[in-house]
Write a protein that binds this ligand. Structure first.
Ligand code: FAD
Length: 330
């Protein structure tokens, strides 16, 4: 449980940015979770560094979040401090082909605004929800491209609260990976190096990508994006996870408030009041049925935040809670 003195100390660092008991079922992208003990939204990089410096000496768990589009929270709550890098840290400046975007800038708006300014090369990310900080950490993107190709440097606050700028060579980008994953640093801004283009053409490219995603994905209900990772060996023989789950007969399977989307089987949508257990039971069923029917074991891309702040791929938590669950045997 949170020691009451912690809230006061955080308020000294970020006077307008500390809230308690924030319900993650209301504010997270997938609308799943319980109360977060403390929710801090700093206004400045210095405040972020101050929070890290304080928390490095504290026993309570700390988790940095952007827009939570790649996460879902335990419905029992989160017994620690969530450090949100969002709208309060979202300024963008342009200098020729170089763009400096604070980590909380939303990616779809950023990509479009840069296209309008005649800067392109990152249209593939134009339909990816979330912040530029989250995107850089995950080296995210679409069409098998990653934002890392266009990242010149990032400013981070390390776990001790020291600020440092790291250039692209130090970021170790590879497919959906960067060296910053798991090292506890907070990304404060990303410096992008883009390509000049015609605004009309760049915007048309983004619109086409967004339209094709809207046709495929169930974007009308809260969801966590692709639930399972695509495995090249499985892809060759069985196809992508969505196809494998559909072939296993699980499209539309509903558990509590969660459903394997009838539109795209690699998405789990929240029909209204889904809990983390509802999602995890569907994850366990899809994993176990696909393994039984194809011999391939699918791992999750989406991650679960435990009450203690542990961030784990959802299948690990599902396996722990129900090792061989198959809801179709009910
Ligand atoms: C409908 C939908 C479609 C999606 N499509 C795609 C896609 O096509 N391609 C793709 O790559 N992803 C996709 N995703 C996943 C997700 O959008 C991306 O991973 C996104 O970049 C995450 O950003 P976020 O701000 O929401 O991060 P969060 O979900 O809040 O966090 C994700 C991870 O980043 C860390 N993090 C966040 N901000 C920071 C920061 N400033 N500093 C350090 N660590 C940080 C968190 O601790 C966590 O580990 C999709 C998700 C949804 C819901």
């Amino acid at each position: 449980m949170i020691n009451p003195d912690l809230v006061g100390l955080l308020e000294q660092i970020a006077p307008d940015g500390v809230r308690t008991g924030v319900d993650m079922a209301e504010v997270s992208a997938w609308r799943i979770g319980g109360p977060a003990a403390v929710f801090v939204e700093p206004d400045t990089a210095e405040q972020v560094a101050g929070v890290l410096r304080l928390m490095s000496r504290r026993p309570e768990p700390l988790l940095v979040i952007g827009e939570t589009t790649n996460l879902f929270f335990d419905s029992r709550g989160f017994h620690g401090v969530l450090l949100r890098i969002g709208p309060k840290l979202s300024r963008v400046s342009i200098d020729g082909r170089r763009v400096r975007a604070q980590a909380g800038a939303r990616v779809p708006e950023l990509v479009r605004a840069l296209a309008e300014a005649g800067l392109g090369g990152i249209a593939h990310a134009g339909g990816v929800p979330g912040t530029i900080g989250g995107l850089v950490l995950m080296n995210g993107g679409s069409q098998r491209k990653g934002i890392g190709t266009h990242v010149a440097s990032v400013l981070v606050a390390d776990p001790a609260g020291d600020l440092q700028r790291i250039d692209s060579a130090g970021l170790g980008f590879s497919y959906r990976r960067s060296r910053l994953q798991g090292d506890g640093s907070v990304i404060l801004d990303a410096e992008l190096e883009l390509e000049h283009g015609e605004p009309d053409e760049l915007i048309a490219e983004i619109d086409e990508i967004i339209a094709s995603r809207a046709a495929k994905f169930p974007l009308d209900l809260p969801n966590g994006g692709s639930v399972f990772l695509s495995d090249p060996a499985m892809y060759e023989i069985v196809g992508p996870p969505g196809q494998a789950i559909e072939t296993a007969g699980l499209k539309g399977l509903t558990e509590g408030g969660a459903q394997i989307s009838p539109k795209h089987a690699n998405f789990i949508v929240n029909l209204g009041a889904a809990t983390d257990d509802d999602v995890l039971r569907l994850v366990a069923t899809a994993r176990n049925r696909v393994r039984a029917t194809t011999g391939f074991t699918m791992d999750c891309e989406v991650r679960h935040v435990g009450t203690d702040g542990r961030l784990r791929p959802a299948h690990e938590v599902a396996d722990e809670r129900w090792p061989s669950l198959d809801l179709t045997e009910r």
